[in-house]
Design a protein around this ligand. Structure first.
Ligand code: DGT
Ligand code: CA
Ligand code: CA
Ligand code: ZN
Length: 582
C-alpha cells in the first residue's frame, strides 16, 4: 500500500521534472533529479511525514537539501512555492502529454511556440485537422506516430494497470476488515481475475441485513473517497482520489456469498455460459443463488463450490473464468492446479548499482533473504550497449562475478547467482562475448533497440546461442505506450523448445511481458517459462504477484515455471542446452 501524501508529492515532483525537461539546457539535470525522487516516493514504504518527524528526510535516496526543504514545505503548507512559480512560465496543461509516446519536450516546445497551442484539446485538434504540418519537422510520419501514441495512451487513461488497482484494492479491503460488522470481504470483477488493466474496482462484503446501512455510510466516508456516485441499502459506488477510479460496493447475506462472488467476479462471458447451461437443466442462477425454476426453491448459494458442484463442475480459479474452455475442463474434473506464489524458489532478473539498480549486491541479497523465502536470486545487470542503464563490458562483468562469489562467502550460502541481461544487437549477435557468457550461471538476452522491426530472426539467433538461457521481456510492449513488435511467435517458440531456451514473464507493471495469451501459447509449445521481477529497487520484488497472475491466466502449473525448481534443476537446464546446441 502506498501512503497518499507520498503519491501527491511524487505527482508534483514528476510535474516539476517535466517542466525542467521542457526548459531544457542545464535544467535537464534538475529534471533527472526530480524524476528520480518522484519514483522513489512512489515506492516508499512509509509516509514522508514519518521521515520528517524522525528528521531523516535526507536519508531518502535522491533527496538532497533543496528537495528536502520542498518536502517539508509541502507537509507544512500543502504547497511548494517554486512549483507554483514554475507553472506560470510554461504551458503546464500541454506538459502532461510528455508521457505519451511521440510527445517529447522538444516537440511540445516547437508546437507551443509556433502555433501558440496551450492545451491538450488544441493540440489534438491541430493533429486531427492537419494544421500541425505547418510546424517544421511534423511530416506525415511524425503525425501518424503521434496519433498512434495518443491511441495507445487512451488504454491507460480509461483503465489502470493491474498493479495500481491492486494497491487501491488492498487499501479498501484493509478498511473493510477493520469494520466489525463485516463478516467477509473480497475483491471481485476483473481485478480478481487478474486482467492486465482494470476498469473499475468491485468489492463484495457479507454482513447481517441490519448492519448494511452502517457499512454503506462508513464506506462512503472512507478517507480516500472523493465523490459518491450512488448509494442504496445494499450497494454504493464512489470515485476515489487515487487515479479517479470508480469503486463499486455490494453487500450480501452470508447465504448468498458464493452466488454473488461468481456473479461479480465474471467474466460476463463465463457467467453467461454458466447460466445458459443451468437454464438447460431447469435451474436459474443469479447473484442471489442457484434456484430450481419449477419450485423457485433455493438450492445453493453459500459458496462458489456449492454452485459449481451442483451443476457438475469442479471449482475453478477466477483467473480461468474467461470462457476459454474452462467449463469443459471443469466438467471433466480436469482443472489444473495452477502455480502460486508459494511455489516460487527464486527471482531470475534484477539490477544492482553495477548498472541501473538502486542497491549494491550485498544490500540486495540481504534484503531479499530477509523478506522472501527464496533459495536463490539471479543478478542480471545490463550489458554495455544499454548506455542509459550504465551497461557493463566483459571486464566489468568478470569483476562482478568475483564480487558476487565474495558476497556468497560472506552469507555462507550460494544465494546469489551471477547472470547478465545481455542486449541482442540488430543483427542477432550478442553484446557480450561467448567467453564471458559461459562463465555466468544464467544468461537472459533481451532486445532494447529497434523495437518496431520484425524481430523474429533476431530472437531466434539469440536462442541459438548455447549460453543464452532465457529471452527477457520477449514482446517488447509497454502497456499504454508501445506495441509489441511484430514477430512470428509460432516459429520462435518452436526454436525455443528445440534449443532449451526459457521465455520470461517480466513482472514490471507496465510490461507484464509475456502477456497471458503469449504465455499460454509458449506453454502449449512446451517452452519453459521463468517469472522475474526485473527489480531495480526494494519495493519491486513484490511485483512477483503480477507474474504469477499472468501464469495462472495462462493455465500454467508449477512444472511449467522453471524458477519453482531448486537451483540444481536450473543448472541441469543450462547444461542440457550447452550440450544440445553447439
Ligand atoms: P472492468 O471493470 O471493465 O475491468 O471489468 P469487470 O469484469 O470487472 O466488469 P464490471 O465491473 O463491469 O462487472 C463486474 C462483474 O459483474 C463482471 O465481471 C460480471 C458481472 N456483470 C456485469 N454486468 C453483467 C451482465 O450484464 N451480465 C452478467 N452475467 N454479468 C455481469
Ligand atoms: Ca470492474
Ligand atoms: Ca463494476
Ligand atoms: Zn531489459
Amino acid at each position: 500500500m502506498m501512503p497518499s501524501t507520498n503519491k501527491e508529492l511524487a505527482k508534483i515532483f514528476k510535474s516539476m521534472s517535466n517542466i525542467y525537461q521542457y526548459m531544457g539546457g542545464e535544467e535537464r539535470f534538475r529534471a533527472l533529479a526530480y524524476q528520480k525522487v518522484a519514483r522513489v516516493l512512489n515506492n516508499l514504504p512509509e509516509d514522508v511525514s514519518v521521515y520528517i518527524q524522525n528528521d531523516t528526510v535526507e536519508d531518502i535516496p535522491g533527496v538532497g537539501e533543496g528537495i528536502a526543504d520542498k518536502i517539508r514545505e509541502f507537509i507544512k503548507s500543502g504547497k511548494i512555492k517554486k512549483y507554483e512559480e514554475l507553472k506560470k512560465t510554461v504551458p503546464v496543461d500541454l506538459l502532461e502529454m510528455m508521457e505519451i509516446t511521440g510527445f517529447g519536450p522538444q516537440s511540445l516546445k516547437r508546437i507551443h511556440e509556433e502555433l501558440k497551442i496551450k492545451t491538450k484539446e488544441q493540440l489534438i485538434d491541430a493533429l486531427q485537422k492537419g494544421t500541425i504540418s505547418k510546424v517544421k519537422g511534423f511530416g506525415k510520419k511524425k503525425v501518424e506516430n503521434m496519433l498512434h501514441g495518443l491511441k495507445l495512451h487512451k488504454t491507460i487513461e480509461e483503465r489502470i494497470l493491474l498493479w495500481q488497482a491492486l494497491e487501491i484494492g488492498d487499501k479498501i479491503l484493509k478498511e473493510f476488515k477493520s469494520i466489525k460488522e463485516v463478516h467477509q470481504t473480497e475483491l471481485a470483477g476483473s481485478i480478481r481475475r487478474g486482467k492486465e488493466t482494470i476498469g473499475d474496482i468491485d468489492v463484495l462484503v457479507s454482513a447481517f441485513e441490519k448492519d448494511r446501512k452502517k457499512i454503506v455510510s462508513t464506506f462512503i466516508s472512507f478517507p480516500f473517497v472523493k465523490e459518491v456516485l450512488a448509494k442504496g441499502d445494499t450497494k454504493a459506488s464512489v470515485i476515489i482520489k487515487d487515479d479517479n477510479r470508480q469503486v463499486d460496493l455490494r453487500i450480501v447475506e452470508e447465504d448468498e456469498w458464493g452466488a454473488a462472488m461468481i456473479y461479480f467476479t465474471g467474466s460476463k462471458e463465463h457467467n453467461i455460459r454458466l447460466r445458459t447451461i443451468a437454464k438447460e437443466r431447469g435451474f436459474r442462477i443469479s447473484e442471489y443463488g442457484l434456484f430450481d425454476v419449477k419450485t423457485n426453491k433455493l438450492i445453493a448459494g453459500k459458496t462458489e463450490k456449492d454452485i459449481y458442484e451442483f451443476l457438475g463442475f469442479q471449482w475453478m480459479p477466477p483467473e480461468m473464468r474467461e470462457d476459454k474452455g474452462e467449463l469443459g475442463l471443469a466438467a471433466k474434473r480436469k482443472i489444473p492446479e495452477l502455480v502460486c506464489l508459494e511455489d516460487m524458489k527464486g527471482d531470475m532478473q534484477m539490477h544492482s548499482t553495477w548498472s541501473d539498480g538502486e542497491m549494491d549486491i550485498e544490500e540486495l541479497a540481504k534484503f531479499v533473504l530477509k523478506n522472501y523465502p527464496y533459495e536463490y536470486i539471479v543478478l542480471t545487470d545490463h550489458s554495455q550497449a544499454v548506455k542509459v542503464a550504465g551497461g557493463m563490458n566483459e571486464k566489468e562483468f568478470s569483476k562482478q562475478i568475483k564480487a558476487i562469489r565474495q558476497v556468497n562467502k560472506k552469507l555462507g550460502k550460494e544465494f546469489l547467482k551471477a547472470g547478465a541481461e545481455v542486449d541482442i544487437k540488430a543483427d542477432g549477435t550478442l553484446d557480450l562475448k561467448d567467453e564471458l557468457l559461459k562463465e555466468l550461471d544464467w544468461v537472459c538476452a533481451s532486445i532494447h533497440y529497434g523495437l518496431k522491426n520484425d524481430n523474429t530472426e533476431r530472437i531466434i539467433a539469440a536462442c541459438q546461442n548455447p549460453y543464452v538461457n532465457c529471452i527477457g521481456h520477449p514482446s517488447g510492449r509497454l502497456i499504454g505506450k508501445r506495441d509489441a513488435y511484430p514477430v512470428n511467435w509460432k516459429k520462435i517458440f518452436q526454436v525455443a523448445k528445440q534449443t532449451h531456451t526459457a521465455f520470461e514473464i517480466n513482472c514490471q507493471p507496465d510490461r507484464m511481458d509475456l502477456n497471458d495469451e503469449l504465455t499460454k501459447q509458449a506453454k502449449e509449445s512446451v517452452v519453459k517459462l521463468v517469472i522475474s521481477t526485473d527489480s531495480h529497487q526494494k519495493m519491486n520484488f513484490s511485483f512477483i504477484r503480477l507474474g504469477i497472475t499472468i501464469a495462472r491466466r495462462a493455465w500454467c502449473q508449477k512444472k511449467d515455471i522453471l524458477n519453482t525448481y531448486n537451483w540444481k534443476n536450473i543448472e541441469a537446464f543450462v547444461k542440457l542446452k550447452r550440450k544440445t546446441v553447439k
